[in-house]
Design a protein around this ligand. Structure first.
Ligand SMILES: *[C@@H]1O[C@H](CO)[C@@H](O)[C@H](O)[C@H]1NC(C)=O
Ligand SMILES: *[C@@H]1O[C@H](CO)[C@@H](O)[C@H](O)[C@H]1NC(C)=O
Ligand SMILES: *[C@@H]1O[C@H](CO)[C@@H](O)[C@H](O)[C@H]1NC(C)=O
Ligand SMILES: *[C@@H]1O[C@H](CO)[C@@H](O)[C@H](O)[C@H]1NC(C)=O
Length: 494
C-alpha cells in the first residue's frame, strides 16, 4: 500500500514537474502569468503642463491600453480615442518585481514607435528612464477584476527626440472585445467574398456561353471595380497586420480577395474587352497592338492605384470613390442609348456591389476592427450615392436608358435608315458582304439584280448593313470608313 502511494506520487511528480519549476521561477514571471492575456485600459496624464509627450502627442491627457507579454508590458498611448490619430506604442522589459510593495521599478530602456492614420511613421529605439508600475489590490486575495495598476514613466534621455516623457496613468482590466469583434467581421467578410466569387463565376460562364450581351455591360465599371478589388485586398492585408493576434481569422478572406482580384475580376475585364475587340474586327497587327496597349495601361493604373492607396487609402475622399461604382454603368447606358437595357443582377450586385460593404463598415461601426473613428457623414453620403445609382439603373431598365435626360439635351436624332437601290458591286465595309445580301448569308449566293433595300447611310454618305453598323455604333460612335463622329442611333427607327 505504501509502495503504491509512493509510486503514484512519483508519477504525479513527473507529470507536474514542469509546472513546479515554472512556479518557482522569479516572482516577475509568476505575477505576469496572472496578468497576461488581459487588456487593461485607462487614462494617462502629463505631469508637466503642455509638454508634448514623446515630443509627439499634442494633448495633456488621453487614453491608454496595456497588455502584458512574457516578460514585458506593452502600452498603447494615444491622444483621442481612435487610432487613426496620433499614438505611441511603448514596450518595457519587466524584471525587477518587488513582492513587498507589489511594484516594478525598472531603470532601463523603453522601446518606442509612433504614428497616425494607422501608419507607423516612426520607430525610435530606446529611451533610458525610470518606469514604475504599482499593482493596487483591495483585498489580500489576488483578483484580476479588482486590482488597478498605477504607472509612472519618466525619462530625461536626450539621445532621441521622442524621449521627452513625464506622465502617469491608472489602468484597470477591461473586457477585450477584440476576439468576438474580429470573428464577427471576418465571418461576414468571408460570406460576402464567397457570394462575390460565386456570382462572378456564374457571370463568366454566362458571358462565355454568350447568354449575356457584353455590350450592355460597362467596360469602365468593370475596370474600376477590379482596381477597387485590389484595394479591398490591400485593406485585408492591413487588417490582418493590425489585428495580428487574430491573423488566422483573416487568412481566408485575404486569400479569397486575392484570388478574386487576380483571376476573377481580370477575367471579367478581359472578356468584356475581348468581345468589344472582336466586334471591332481589327486586323491581327492592330489587335496585337491593342492588347499591348491594354496590358501596359492597366499595369500603369494598378501601380498608380497602389501608390495612391498607400498615401490616401484611409482618407475620406479616397474611400468615397467606391460609392460611385455603378455610375459608369448608368453613363454607359445613356451613351449607348439602349432601349432594352436589362438590369443584370450578377453584374451589378454580385460583381460591382460586392466590394461596397467594407469602407462604410470601418467608418460607421464604433468598435470596428480597424479602430477607425466613426464618420456618419461618410456613411450617409456613401449610402445615398450608391442607392441613387441603383435607383437610376432601375428606372433605366423600366423607362429606357435616357429617360431622365431632358429632351433638349439629347442630340437630334438622325435618320440612318434609307431606301436605296443597291447592286452587286456595293459591299458593306464592315462585313465585306454585298449590301443586297444580309451579313449572315453566304456571299457565294449569286444575285445580279439591283434591289431596293433598307440600309443604313451615315451623314458622311457611307453605306452599311443595319445589323453591322448598329453593333459598331455601340462600341464607338465613329464612322468605320472615315472616322467622323456619328450622331446616336435611335433603335425604334427600325
Ligand atoms: C521554490 O520556492 C520555494 C519558496 O517559494 C523555496 O522554498 C524552494 O526552495 C524553491 N525551490 C527551488 C527548486 O528553487
Ligand atoms: C529594483 O527595484 C528596487 C526597488 O524595488 C530599486 O531600488 C532598484 O533600483 C531596482 N533596480 C533596477 C535595476 O531597476
Ligand atoms: C516630472 O514631473 C514632475 C512633476 O512636475 C517633476 O517633479 C519631475 O522632476 C519630472 N521628471 C522629469 C524626469 O522631468
Ligand atoms: C450573274 O453574275 C455572275 C457573276 O457574278 C455571272 O457569271 C452570271 O452570268 C450573271 N447572270 C446574269 C443573269 O446576269
Amino acid at each position: 500500500m505504501e509502495l503504491t502511494q509512493k509510486m503514484f506520487s512519483l508519477i504525479l511528480f513527473f507529470i507536474f514537474l514542469p509546472k513546479v519549476i515554472l512556479q518557482n521561477q522569479t516572482s516577475d514571471l509568476r505575477i505576469i502569468s496572472l496578468l497576461k492575456d488581459n487588456l487593461f485600459q485607462g487614462k494617462w496624464m502629463s505631469k508637466v503642463q503642455s509638454m508634448k509627450q514623446f515630443n509627439y502627442l499634442t494633448l495633456d491627457s488621453g487614453e491608454i491600453q496595456a497588455e502584458f507579454g512574457e516578460s514585458f508590458i506593452q502600452l498603447f498611448i494615444q491622444n483621442p480615442k481612435y487610432q487613426e490619430k496620433k499614438h505611441v506604442i511603448a514596450k518595457i522589459q519587466l524584471s525587477n518585481y518587488s513582492e513587498s510593495s507589489n511594484t516594478w521599478i525598472e531603470k532601463n530602456d523603453i522601446f518606442l514607435s509612433g504614428g497616425d492614420n494607422l501608419l507607423q511613421t516612426w520607430t525610435e529605439s530606446q529611451c533610458n528612464g525610470i518606469f514604475i508600475f504599482q499593482i493596487n489590490q483591495e483585498s489580500e486575495e489576488f483578483d484580476i477584476n479588482e486590482l488597478s495598476i498605477d504607472g509612472d514613466l519618466q525619462s530625461t534621455d536626450t539621445n532621441n527626440i521622442h524621449c521627452q516623457i513625464n506622465l502617469s496613468f491608472n489602468i484597470k482590466r477591461t473586457y477585450n472585445y477584440a476576439f468576438i469583434n474580429n470573428l464577427l467581421f471576418s465571418s461576414i467578410a468571408t460570406l460576402i467574398l464567397i457570394i462575390q466569387m460565386a456570382s462572378t463565376n456564374k457571370l463568366i460562364q454566362q458571358i462565355k456561353q454568350q447568354q449575356i450581351q457584353t455590350l450592355q455591360l460597362s467596360f469602365l465599371a468593370a475596370i474600376l471595380s477590379s482596381i477597387q478589388g485590389l484595394n479591398i485586398f490591400y485593406f485585408f492585408v492591413n487588417t490582418l497586420f493590425q489585428n495580428f493576434n487574430y491573423a488566422y481569422f483573416y487568412i481566408i478572406p485575404t486569400f479569397l480577395q486575392l484570388t478574386q482580384a487576380i483571376f476573377k475580376d481580370s477575367s471579367i475585364v478581359g472578356l468584356i474587352w475581348g468581345q468589344r475587340q472582336m466586334l471591332a474586327q481589327l486586323e491581327r497587327r492592330a489587335l496585337i497592338k491593342q492588347i499591348i496597349y491594354f496590358i501596359l495601361i492597366s499595369n500603369f493604373f494598378i501601380i498608380l492605384n497602389l501608390i495612391l492607396y498607400q498615401l490616401y487609402g484611409n482618407s475620406f475622399y479616397f474611400m468615397l470613390t467606391l460609392a460611385f461604382a455603378l455610375y459608369p454603368q448608368v453613363i454607359h447606358n445613356v451613351r449607348v442609348g439602349q432601349k432594352n437595357y436589362k438590369f443584370n443582377k450578377l453584374y451589378v450586385l454580385g460583381f460591382l456591389s460586392s466590394k461596397l460593404f467594407f469602407y462604410p463598415y470601418v467608418r460607421s461601426c464604433p468598435a470596428n476592427v480597424r479602430n477607425m473613428e466613426p464618420d456618419y457623414l461618410f456613411a450617409g453620403l456613401f449610402l445615398i450615392i450608391y442607392l441613387f445609382s441603383l435607383f437610376l439603373l432601375y428606372i433605366q431598365e423600366k423607362y429606357g436608358s435616357r429617360c431622365f435626360i431632358p429632351k433638349f439635351l439629347l442630340p437630334k436624332p438622325f435618320r440612318y435608315i434609307k431606301e436605296v437601290i443597291v447592286h452587286d458591286s456595293m459591299e458593306c465595309p464592315i462585313c465585306l458582304n454585298p449590301l443586297n445580301l444580309s451579313p449572315d448569308e453566304m456571299d457565294t449566293k449569286q444575285i445580279n439584280k439591283s434591289l431596293l433595300q433598307q440600309i443604313m447611310v451615315t451623314p458622311c454618305k457611307h453605306e452599311f448593313h443595319p445589323q453591322c453598323l448598329q453593333q459598331w455604333i455601340q462600341i464607338q460612335n465613329k464612322c468605320p470608313q472615315c472616322r467622323r463622329d456619328l450622331p446616336p442611333f435611335i433603335e425604334n427607327e427600325l
